[in-house]
Design a protein around this ligand. Structure first.
Ligand code: ASP
Length: 429
């Protein structure tokens, strides 16, 4: 049986068992005993398995992404534009999400008592996640991005500081002699692969973890919360659809200068692959061959932009993260100011860079965003059961965003080469 079928069964069985226990046995002591001593620990082990991957995955994927650009000249020539496009497309996606979740408000409508109980239930257990409380942007936010001590930043899961250190470390690797950098890069690659394996193992626990997590919620709160969950799924899917129709299509026309119709027709194979694997990484070979064969992107550009995009550029993921965090804030009744919502969007854009392009790769990072604005990270349990379908959809957009970036960088590269054929270096390594 496929893993996602098992996860879906875990969700339905957990909701049925928990909701049933709540409906028929209400406050019976044995229900809460099972919830506390069986369902809760199983769910927690699953969540912690995911969470322990955050620091190493962010460090390795970002440092390797930057170091992979190779030399500083190429970094300047292709890297700047690639990053600009990644940043812009991800920001557009996250903004669409912010707009939708604020206008539709899928998390509203729970009775206030349920809301308070949910908050009380979830806010205690987030040990290990820096309960830094709500943050707002200010001068100190920017100063604090530069850590005094990278180890402390990692230990406190201070994401921005960790990402900053990882970026600088990656740049430094391109500046020291190749023979010194290479062994470090090899080690980082090994660590990165091992961590992805751990995420894989954690996902193997997902059917049981999801059963446990959803049981804990429904046994206490009944089925009422599932209606909100349905709305939330619709909002994420609507957001992704809008970003594809307007965001990516617009960017392809404006920056790539090709017709959106041509683009969408060309990317059918990566769409199918991404949708069925939920992994940008697994889709990478298909994306590269599609970009080269169907969209005429030069191999050196495709080979540079697409691997980087598979780790760093996640349009769908940032939209998803923004919507999910704000949805859960609505569910828990946490009022987020505009400044805090902007923090969520900025963190969604940034953590989308650090997320691994594997199924569920963004989930550990999303818990960090939640913690940083005062939404209990354990509340992720509420959405985990429906994550598979959302993962399929957001990964599809992640991959389409990457391919659209390669179309743009390819056009610029060709134009620059045509302008100064002799002066320009040959590009990717
Ligand atoms: N599954 C996504 C990808 O591979 C990452 C995520 O959002 O979980 O692109």
């Amino acid at each position: 049986m496929k893993l996602h079928t098992k996860i879906a069964i875990g969700l339905v069985a957990g909701a049925a068992a928990g909701g049933g226990a709540n409906a028929f046995f209400g406050d019976a002591a044995w229900v809460s005993w099972i919830s506390d001593n069986v369902a809760y620990p199983v769910g927690q082990v699953f969540l912690r398995m995911l969470f322990m991957t955050v620091v190493p995955i962010v460090f390795t994927s970002i440092a390797l992404g930057v170091a992979g650009i190779g030399d500083v000249k190429t970094l300047g020539r292709l890297g700047g534009r690639t990053m600009m496009y990644f940043g812009l497309s991800t920001l557009i996606a996250a903004t669409i999400g912010l707009f939708l979740v604020n206008s539709i408000r899928p998390g509203d409508g729970l009775p206030p008592e349920t809301r308070d109980e949910l908050m009380a239930q979830f806010s205690g257990g987030a040990d290990g996640l820096a309960a830094s409380g709500p943050t707002e942007f200010g001068v100190s936010t920017f100063v604090n991005i530069v850590p005094r001590n990278p180890v402390t930043a990692a230990a406190d899961t201070d994401m921005l500081a960790l990402i900053f250190f990882s970026l600088i470390f990656g740049v430094a690797l391109t500046l020291i002699p190749r023979e010194k950098a290479q062994p470090v890069i090899d080690v980082l690659e090994g660590i990165g692969d091992a961590i992805i394996k751990i995420i894989d193992m954690a996902m193997g626990l997902a059917p049981y973890g999801v059963f446990g997590l959803i049981f804990v919620i429904t046994s206490q709160f009944g089925w009422s919360i599932l209606g909100q969950l349905g709305m939330y799924v619709l909002v994420v899917l609507l957001g992704l659809f809008l970003h594809a129709s307007f965001g990516i299509s617009g960017l392809v026309a404006f920056f790539g200068r090709i017709s959106p119709a041509r683009f969408w027709k060309a990317v059918t194979a990566p769409i199918i692959t991404a949708f069925s694997t939920s992994s940008s990484m697994a889709t990478l070979p298909t994306s590269i061959s599609t970009a080269e064969k169907e969209l005429d992107v030069q191999p050196k550009v495709a080979g540079f932009v697409l691997p980087l995009g598979a780790t760093m550029n996640m349009n769908g993921t940032s939209l998803f993260e923004g919507v999910t965090v704000l949805f859960l804030a609505q569910v828990f009744g946490v009022d987020l100011s505009m400044g805090q919502q902007i923090t969520v969007i900025a963190l969604a854009v940034i953590t989308a860079i650090g997320a691994a392009g594997v199924p569920g790769g963004s989930l550990p990072l999303m818990m960090l965003i939640m913690a940083s604005v005062g939404v209990p990270p354990e509340g992720i349990a509420i959405v985990l059961g429906v994550d598979r379908i959302l993962d399929m959809a957001r990964t599809t957009l992640n991959v389409c965003g990457d391919i659209s970036a390669s179309v743009y960088v390819d056009r610029v590269d060709r134009e620059m080469e045509a302008l100064e054929p002799a002066a320009v270096p040959t590009g990717a390594d």
